[in-house]
Design a protein around this ligand. Structure first.
Ligand SMILES: Cc1cc2nc3c(=O)[nH]c(=O)nc-3n(C[C@H](O)[C@H](O)[C@H](O)COP(=O)(O)O)c2cc1C
Length: 352
């Protein structure tokens, strides 16, 4: 199975299946001297954990990160950082009947088509559990970014099309009663990002962030700034008027300023000094208890009502995952910029 390594310089490998002993990550390329501890990682993991809200799975996971290497006395050593998060809350028996049947909307059928076999217990690496490792790695990236004054924060914009809390609660209660699920929209902002990150052709900053966020399970679309609405707009409304002259190479990482931010913080694939703003659409969780038509591995038709503990809506839990992917890309781009010889003057903070 390929594709478990992410990033170019700030490089993360994740491993582990939902119902195996553990999930985790190895981070290679995180500079030495970054403030990082098990407590910081645990706080991020806590945000991803199923809460006792109506929207989340009843699966209880402790999510205590064990740091095996790379951190000493609260700071990174510059060596590979290995983090393990034990799986403690599995109830694999809940998934027995899924061994020979494909869940509609989930990865079962495609995994079997590709590999000829799959871990049916919770979906293996196609489970949302895999994202715990991303969040752990993202915590390291966030700490690295903090030294640059860069922060990443995500919030839920809407759930099931509703934006008000009371309406969202009512919608979720109804979906729960119906054995159904809901999707939603997440907005993420990267603040304090200097102008000049990203490369103008294949490594446009939007392309890098888009690929990162679309790699999260259940993400079906990403838009930047004015987003898809720009397709119905006009140039005079969509253009952001520059308020400062473009900075020169000598001026350092001075942030530009624009009258608006329809561009979402990027022009020509390069950050323009404004906040990076993007929204990600998440589909309704596929695993629902309402009976659905499907097929079994032997080809027979089946009516499937999924048991076990599943998220009614993944949006609340996905917020730290979106932040983690955005932070990982930004950390990578900052390090790429530091490595560019012409940018030597703008090396950024020293961690030593
Ligand atoms: C944090 C998180 C939790 C998730 N929980 C569930 C869940 O409880 N039930 C479910 O059907 N899908 C859940 N998913 C989504 C599945 O992982 C995803 O839909 C599945 O792998 C199929 O991939 P695709 O939707 O990207 O095509 C979750 C995803 C994330 C990121």
């Amino acid at each position: 199975m390929a594709g478990n390594v992410f990033g170019k310089i700030f490089r993360v490998t994740t491993f582990g299946e939902s119902h195996g002993p553990a999930v985790g990550c190895v981070i290679d390329g995180c500079p030495a001297g970054v403030d990082l501890s098990a407590e910081i990682i645990a706080a991020e993991l806590e945000r991803r954990r199923p809460a006792s809200t109506v929207s989340s799975t009843a699966r209880r996971e402790e999510d205590a990160p064990e740091i095996l290497s790379g951190i000493f006395e609260g700071k990174t050593l510059g060596t590979p950082i290995a983090i393990v998060i034990r799986n403690t809350g599995q109830r694999s028996g809940d998934y027995d009947e899924l061994a020979g049947v494909y869940r509609p909307g989930h990865a079962d059928w495609t995994w079997e088509a590709k590999y000829g076999r799959r871990d049916h217990r919770g979906g293996g690496r196609s489970s949302g559990r895999e994202t715990a490792a991303r969040v752990a790695a993202g915590a390291a990236a966030k700490c690295f970014l903090a030294a640059y004054g860069v922060s990443v924060s995500a919030r839920a914009v809407s759930i099931g099309g509703e934006t008000e809390e009371a309406a969202i609660e009512a919608l979720l209660e109804q979906r729960k009663a119906e054995g159904d699920s809901a999707g939603g929209l997440v907005e993420c902002r990267i603040a304090g990002i200097p102008a000049g990150l990203g490369e103008p052709v294949f490594d446009k900053i939007g392309a890098r962030i888009g690929a990162a966020v679309l790699s999260i399970g259940a993400c079906k679309g990403v838009e930047f700034g004015g987003g898809f609405a720009a397709a119905a707009s006009r140039g005079s409304a969509n253009n952001d008027a520059p308020l400062l002259p473009p900075r020169s190479a000598e001026a350092g990482a001075q942030n530009a300023s624009f009258a608006d931010n329809h561009a979402g913080g990027m022009l020509g694939g390069i950050s323009n000094g404004m906040e990076i703003v993007f929204r990600a659409a998440f589909k309704p969780a596929a695993s629902i208890s309402r009976p659905q038509d499907t097929i079994a591995a032997n080809g027979g038709k089946r009516r499937l009502a999924i048991r076990g503990r599943h998220d009614l809506c993944i949006v609340p839990r996905v917020l730290p995952v979106v932040e983690a992917m955005a932070a990982l890309v930004t950390a990578d781009l900052l390090l790429e910029q530091r490595c560019a010889p012409a940018q030597e003057a703008r090396k950024g903070p020293s961690f030593h």
